[in-house]
Design a protein around this ligand. Structure first.
Ligand code: XUL
Ligand code: CO
Length: 450
């Protein structure tokens, strides 16, 4: 049992009585303590920052507390108490109580939410926004009590049928206006709760068929919408990052925020490349035909790396399965690219991951988050070794050393014309000598860091 601030008591939802702690790699589970961190030692310093600061873990509200365990063929399997019939706002408060229990139990420093995850939709937008604000007040109190912070907020512009043809990219400007009003509310709430970022994922910003779609208009609408969000951010003094979350498809057949390269081109076209960054998700990268590392490295190279949604896909399934990460080599390479891109900064590692539908015990939520956090911490330690050992960075430096020579620099700085380059090749009878890329040696080397 646990006290809540109203003085009422409710049964504990999870069986774990205390916050999980770090016990080291040799930890042996027991009936009294079945679960502890083996690698996530939050105060341990890794490359100049604590693990807590390098990883900035967040629990997401939608999969863990909103979603009931449906699939296209099956009814909700979880049957959480707040999904039962009852006063929707009282249920939303119960959900918030349990959510903060989980944040505290796994010692996650952050959480993330959509407006529609946290409070029921009302009869009008004003009513819906007010209900979101009421739960926002509950959050403010709980954040104060627990020290848990908000990694990002976002507006759900895809579930309600009004958004079936898109939000900003809808053929009807009134839908655009409605979406703008919804984003204004969540952006302001995110700001008031001290959120570090604000995310826009355009699940319905795309099309099913060009036969009913004016693609050129829709892209212009999306650009205008994003500019409005950035203008409002500055107007209210929000210091967080505005992040777009790329995904090529699902639910829409073709989504405009396809991948990092596409988003960058879009930002440039609308003068927003210095204002907006990306929130990258493993399973979205896979759907776009990329590795997660590719998307992180490209965003880092373009100066728009913002934050991560951690999950994994299934090699056999071509959709967004949103599973909890559990593949050490994959996550280690991810963390290596994050460190190479300058670290997670104001972003974080948000578990945009959901339990499998058969994991119906409340404690499954604790196990899923804690084991994923421990895996990421372990991956960070591997990535630290990859950097500190220096062999990989040295290999890169040597491979490109020619570009650091006077001649290489002159080309890059625009001091040599095509004519001059051609003359020099002829004069020196240049015949470049191919060198091995040594991929197998490098892959072997990476394995030695585990
Ligand atoms: C959908 C997805 C979203 C965003 C937030 O695939 O990843 O949950 O993270 O809207
Ligand atoms: Co996501």
């Amino acid at each position: 049992m646990k006290n809540d601030p109203s003085g009422a008591r409710r049964p504990a939802y999870f069986s774990f009585p205390n916050t999980l702690v770090y016990r080291g790699p040799d930890f042996v589970p027991s009936a009294q303590e079945p679960l502890a961190y083996r690698y996530y030692d939050k105060k341990r310093v890794v490359l100049g920052k604590t693990m807590e600061e390098q990883l900035r873990f967040a629990v997401c509200y939608w999969h863990s507390f909103g979603w009931g365990g449906t699939d296209p063929f099956g009814e909700p399997s979880f049957r959480r108490p707040w999904h039962a019939a009852g006063d929707p706002m009282a249920q939303a408060e119960l959900k918030a109580d349990v959510a903060f229990d989980l944040f505290r139990l796994v010692d996650a420093p952050f959480f993330t939410f959509h407006d529609r995850d946290i409070a029921p939709e009302g009869a009008t937008l004003a009513e819906s926004n007010a209900q979101v604000r009421r739960i926002g007040d509950v959050f403010a109190r709980k954040m104060q009590e627990t020290g848990v912070r908000l990694l990002w907020g976002t507006a759900n512009l895809f579930s309600n049928r009004r958004y079936m043809a898109g939000a900003a990219t809808n053929p009807d400007p009134e839908v655009f206006m409605y979406a703008a009003a919804q984003v204004k509310n969540v952006l302001e709430l995110t700001h008031e709760l001290g959120g570090a970022n604000y995310v826009l994922w355009g699940g319905r910003e795309g099309y099913e068929t060009l036969l009913n779609t004016d693609l050129k208009r829709e892209l212009a609408q999306l650009g205008r919408f994003l500019n409005l969000v950035v203008e409002h951010k500055h107007k209210i003094g929000f210091k967080g990052q505005i992040l777009i979350e790329p995904k090529p498809a699902e639910p829409t057949k073709h989504q405009y925020d396809y991948d990092v390269g596409t988003v960058y081109g879009f930002l440039k076209a609308h003068g927003l490349e210095k204002e907006v960054k990306v929130n990258l998700e493993q399973n979205h990268a896979l759907l776009a035909g990329h590795t997660f590392e590719h998307e992180i490295a490209l965003a880092g190279a373009l100066g728009i790396f913002g934050s991560l949604d951690m999950n994994r896909g299934d090699e056999m399934l071509g959709w967004d399965t949103d599973q909890f990460p559990n593949n050490l080599p994959q996550v280690a390479l991810t963390m290596y690219e994050v460190l190479k891109a300058g670290g997670i900064g104001q972003g974080g590692l948000n578990f945009d991951a959901k339990l499998r539908r058969q994991s119906i015990d409340p404690d499954d939520l604790v196990w899923a988050h804690a084991t994923a956090m421990d895996l990421c911490a372990r991956a960070l330690l591997v990535a630290e070794r990859m950097l500190n050992d220096g062999a990989l960075p040295r290999h890169l430096q040597e491979r490109y050393a020619g570009w650091d020579s006077a001649s290489g620099r002159a080309i890059l700085q625009g001091q040599r014309s095509l004519d001059e380059l051609a003359r020099e090749v002829e004069a020196r009878k240049l015949e470049p000598q191919p060198r091995s890329g040594q991929q197998e040696r490098l892959e072997h080397l990476v394995n030695s860091y585990f």
